[in-house]
Design a protein around this ligand. Structure first.
Ligand code: ZN
Ligand code: ZN
Length: 230
C-alpha cells in the first residue's frame, strides 16, 4: 500500500512512483486529453479537471502538494455541503494531535466520487476515512488513503495521507467550519453563478488561521493561479 511516511522502503517507493503531476498548459479539451486530463465529475470543492488514469482532481492535488488542509462546508460544491455537514456532526473532533473517533458513522459513507460520472448517481459508496480525506485535503480519485496513526477508526484528517502528501506534516487544520453560515453560502453561490472558482474564498478565509506558518508551504502565486484558472 502506498504511504509516503511508511517505515517500509517499498511502500515509500510505491508512493513516489504513483505520482505524475503535470502542469496544465491549456483548458482546451483536446490539449487536456493529450496531457492526460479530462473534464469529469466535480470534486467536493467543485473542481472538474481530473487525471485520466487515476482520476485525481488536478486542483485538489495542487492543494495537497502545497500542504493545505481544512474544511468549510459553506465553500464546498452545493451538492455535497449538506452531506459534509451531516458527516462532520458525527465526528468527535479533539486536539489536532489526537485521533478523532465516531460512534455513529459506519466504515462506509456515500460521498462525491469520480465514479458517479459513469453511474449517473450524485454520490458513491466509499470508505469514510477516504471521504474525509477528499473533502479536507482533496479528491485523489482511485488512489488509496491510509492512516499514519494505525488506528482503524481514526478520522482526523491530519492522520490521513495519500501518495501526494508532503513529508512536512501539518500540525493543525488551516481552516475549519462545519456549521452553515448564510453569508458564506451567499458568497459561494454568487461565485458559482458567475462560473468562478470558489478557491479564492477559501484562501482569503485561511490566511488568519494558520496555526504555525513554519509547517506550511504555500506558493506566493497561489491566489493568482486560482483566480486565473478554472
Ligand atoms: Zn478538487
Ligand atoms: Zn489517528
Amino acid at each position: 500500500m502506498a504511504n509516503p511516511f511508511s517505515d517500509r522502503k517499498c511502500r515509500r517507493r510505491y508512493a513516489k512512483e504513483a505520482l505524475s503531476y503535470r502542469p496544465l498548459t491549456s483548458l482546451e479539451p483536446e490539449v487536456m486529453d493529450k496531457e492526460g486530463y479530462y473534464y469529469g465529475h466535480p470534486c467536493p470543492l467543485g473542481h472538474t479537471v481530473r487525471d485520466k488514469t487515476k482520476h485525481w482532481c488536478y486542483r485538489c492535488v495542487w492543494r495537497i502538494r502545497s500542504n493545505i488542509c481544512g474544511i468549510d462546508v459553506n465553500y464546498m460544491h452545493m451538492d455535497y455541503n449538506r452531506l459534509a455537514n451531516s458527516i462532520w456532526t458525527q465526528i468527535e473532533t479533539e486536539d489536532p494531535g489526537d485521533c478523532w473517533d465516531t460512534h455513529t458513522l459506519s466504515e462506509y459513507v456515500y460521498s462525491s466520487s469520480y465514479r458517479t460520472q459513469s453511474t449517473g448517481r450524485r454520490t458513491d459508496r466509499m470508505s469514510t476515512h477516504k471521504a474525509i480525506y477528499n473533502m479536507t485535503w482533496g479528491d485523489v480519485g482511485s488512489m488509496t488513503v491510509t492512516r499514519t496513526c494505525g488506528n482503524k477508526k481514526c478520522l482526523n484528517p491530519l492522520h490521513l495521507v495519500s501518495s501526494w502528501n508532503n513529508p512536512n506534516r501539518l500540525r493543525n487544520l488551516m481552516y475549519f467550519d462545519t456549521e452553515f453560515n448564510f453569508e458564506k453560502i451567499k458568497a459561494m453561490q454568487e461565485r458559482t453563478q458567475r462560473g468562478e472558482s470558489t478557491d479564492p474564498l477559501i484562501m482569503t478565509y485561511k490566511k488568519n488561521i494558520i496555526s504555525d506558518p513554519r509547517h506550511v508551504e504555500i506558493s506566493q502565486s497561489y491566489n493568482e493561479e486560482y483566480v486565473d484558472s478554472i
